[in-house]
Structures are given as C-alpha cells and as structure tokens.
Design a protein around this ligand. Sequence first.
Ligand code: 8X3
Length: 254
Amino acid sequence: MTSTNKAPQHAAVVTGASSGIGQATARILAAEGWKIYAVARRADRLDALAAETGVIPVVADVTDNAHIAALLAEVEISGGIDTLINIAGGARGASYVGEAKDEDWDFMLQANVMGTMKMTRAFLPMLRAHGDGTVLNLTSTAALASYEGGAGYNAAKAAQRALTKALRLEEVGHNLRVIEVLPGLVHTEEFALRRMGGDAAAADAVYQGVEKPLVADDVAHVISYAVNLPHHINLDEIVVRPVVQAANHKLLRS
Ligand code: 8X3
C-alpha cells in the first residue's frame, strides 16, 4: 500500500470486530465504502470477515501497548484514519459485590476502560492532525443505572462514559467529534454467553420472552448514521434500547 500525507475521507479503526456489534459495524461501514481496519484478538474470525467484506484485519489486544503501537504504525503507513470506533469490551460475571471475583472485575476494567483509553491516547495525534476526527465509544445503559449483579460492568461502563465526556471537553479545540453510543439489551451471539461464563442456558434466560430485542446490526446502523453525518453534527450521547425495554429495570417479556 502507498503512503499518503492525508487520511482518506472515511477510514476507521473498529475494535471488537471479531463478533457482535463490532463485527456488524465493520461490515456495514465497509459496505458503505469506508476503509476499515478491523481489530480483535481472534485472527480466524478477522480473516473470515476480511474475506467477506474487504476490511483490513489487524490482530491486536486493545489493552496491550505494544500491540497498539504496531497497529498504529500499520495504519500510519497505509493512509491513516479519521475515525476511531472503540467497541472492544464486554461483561464478565453476574456476582453481587459480596461475591465479586477479582478476575471478572480486572477483565471488565481493562477491556472497557483501559482499552478505550489506550487506543484513544495512541490515535489522538493522528485524529487531531486530520482536522475532522471522530472518536465513537460504545458504552452501555449499564453506565446510567446500576443493577443487582451488575456492579463490575456498571463500574466499568460508568468509567468509560466518564472518560468519554472528559475527552469531548479536552479535544474540542482540535475539532474532535466525540460520540457515545449507549445500548440497552442487545441479543448477540457472545455478550451474555461470555458474561455467564459459557452457560448457554443462563445466557438464553437473559433474552427469554423478549420478542424483539435489539440485534448487533441495529446498533451498527445507529453507529453508521452517527459517523456518516457531516462532521460538525455531534450526536454526543445516543441511548439505544428495544421498544420493549422502557428502562433498564422495565423489560417486557411475553
Ligand atoms: C448491555 C446492557 O442491560 O446488559 O450493555 O447492562 S445491560
């Protein structure tokens, strides 16, 4: 690939691209003509996505500074980006605080909070230099209201949201658009399964009787809408829920 001085108009790094909302976002933006660097830890899944969509697969762990440096170098030599979409993250465990597991909390704080910070810190100089940069962080309605068994995830998403709000204030002088998307219940292949430690029955129970939950594509369409708007328009906080979820605690089940 040839090096250019200026980033192409629409090029993005999308993290968490091996499944769920990240994968759907990479797929939809690529179909719309965006140049997409699809980032995740699982090479086989990225390769399959690349073969299908033409995205550029980059295997990297967003909590690893060396991986991020290698990713940044690869993006730099192949044209740069104007948009960073931080989707990597997720939930682990549903323990009450009294039984909280260190490893679950460590994962959630690292993946959701530290990963978003490290990726953003690394790409900020490129986004500032572009002049019309965008950072989109996928947080959650879990950042807005805590619930029993959610403390670790609530804490991680609230921290990621706090980071996002500070970033918007700090970078306005660099014309950086900072978008936060906060989904509610989204039925993806892995979110609840991973949260429940691989217990398929427990994961299925999360969506039991919910006739029309959101799916990954629904949220990806919202992300696509937000990042495709003219750059001076900032949908700075977008809460996305299925109609049947009137609030975190009010989910209609049949
Ligand atoms: C996922 C939403 O309801 O599981 O980010 O907290 S919820």
